[in-house]
Design a protein around this ligand. Structure first.
Ligand code: SF4
Length: 74
């Protein structure tokens, strides 16, 4: 199973929590906001990215199963 990451980037408050929690896939960019290094992740990358999403104080990181009618995890 693969998962897709969506970030409501315009709402990012530049706190750095996601990049601190899951540096494997989250990094701070020159404009001060974060971005995921990749938006399609595999099962073994899920925990790290779920932690990043849970660390976000404004809840703008979303993870969804990559399939028809895939479940929204966060
Ligand atoms: S945790 Fe949320 S608000 Fe903070 S840098 Fe990451 S996406 Fe932006």
């Amino acid at each position: 199973m693969d998962y897709n990451i969506e970030q409501e980037r315009e709402k990012c408050i530049m706190c750095g929590a996601c990049a601190g929690t899951c540096p494997d896939n989250w990094e701070m960019k020159e404009d001060g906001k974060s971005s995921p290094k990749k938006t399609s992740i595999s099962e073994d990358e899920l925990d790290c990215n779920m932690s990043a999403a849970q660390s976000c104080p404004v809840n703008i990181i979303h993870i969804k199963e990559d399939k028809e009618d895939g479940k929204q995890l966060i």
